[in-house]
Design a protein around this ligand. Structure first.
Ligand SMILES: Cc1cc2nc3c(=O)[nH]c(=O)nc-3n(C[C@H](O)[C@H](O)[C@H](O)COP(=O)(O)O)c2cc1C
Length: 259
């Protein structure tokens, strides 16, 4: 719970202005956090407190001090946004768990509705499991006649479901979260940029996301908790034979109404 330490609070009331839930009020010249009020646990209050008076469950509610970005940062970020690509061909090289773990942990700083961060992750990197998933998908496509284009491109050497990725990241979420689709997409795109900034290739796997919820054998294998569904998936790996040397033209310009 958010608490203001009365021994430290200097009554600057900066916490008031940034609290989305109006948790704070003034008591005897100091800030006081009303425990009855709904708190999003966003820690904005502690992030602006100049004297470290605000704690979460009696412990520090903030980490390191904010640092300014370097002068090159904006340009580098623009480069990353323009040079990010979807990769479908990957080396047969494992992706380090630490790299994935760091990116997944950093995705916790992505915004989410009501600060819920509802997305959970499954990292599949067993070749045997990946091949089994793909076989079940191909069998289901053949049996149902759904998304037959998957089969056609697969026969021509292009796997649009999983590429040749050594890692598949599956994102699942409670269907009752405030915004499961958007929260998962934002966390995933944060991840994608982080991973590509480190030389990894990624590709959104929309087909796979749908199949994970639709193919009975996969639903059974992964057995998500009741009321949960898959909301996203990524192919991840070190790219092979996909050396993009130009930034592609984008045919759709930003369509903007200014009022
Ligand atoms: C939500 C979403 C789902 C996608 N699903 C697939 C997919 O199942 N298979 C695939 O090969 N590419 C998939 N893509 C990648 C798009 O085809 C790709 O982003 C687009 O062609 C533009 O290429 P770029 O990402 O390299 O700019 C998906 C992209 C998004 C955003």
């Amino acid at each position: 719970m958010i608490r203001v330490n009365p021994d430290l609070c200097v009554g600057c009331f900066r916490c008031f202005g940034v609290c989305n839930c109006t948790v704070f009020s003034e008591v005897d010249g100091q800030a006081w956090a009303d425990p009855e009020k709904r708190c999003l646990k966003c820690m904005h209050c502690a992030s602006v407190c100049p004297v470290g008076a605000i704690t979460w469950d009696e412990e520090a509610a903030v980490e390191e001090d904010v640092e300014k970005y370097s002068d090159e940062f904006h340009g580098e970020l623009v480069k990353l946004v323009r040079q990010r690509r979807s990769y479908r061909h990957y080396m047969d090289r494992p992706v380090e768990d630490e790299v994935l773990k760091e990116a997944l942990e950093l995705a916790c700083w992505a915004p989410s509705a009501k600060n819920e961060h509802p997305t959970k992750w499954i990292v599949v990197r067993s070749r045997e499991v990946l091949d089994d998933m793909m076989n079940k998908i191909l069998a289901w496509v053949q049996e149902t006649g759904n998304s037959l284009e998957i089969l056609e491109s697969y026969k021509e050497g292009m796997n649009v479901v999983m590429g040749t990725a050594p890692v598949i990241l599956l994102a699942y979420c409670s269907d009752n979260a405030v915004n499961p689709k958007q929260d998962t997409a934002i966390a995933m795109e944060t991840l994608e940029l982080l991973l590509q900034s480190q030389g990894l290739g990624t590709c959104w796997a929309g087909y796979l996301t749908r199949m994970m919820n639709a193919v009975p054998a996969l639903v059974e294998d992964f057995a998500l908790p009741e009321g949960h569904s898959f909301y996203g998936a990524f192919m991840i790996g070190y790219p092979q034979d996909e050396d993009y040397i130009h930034v592609p033209k984008r045919l759709n310009q930003a369509d903007i109404i200014w009022k």
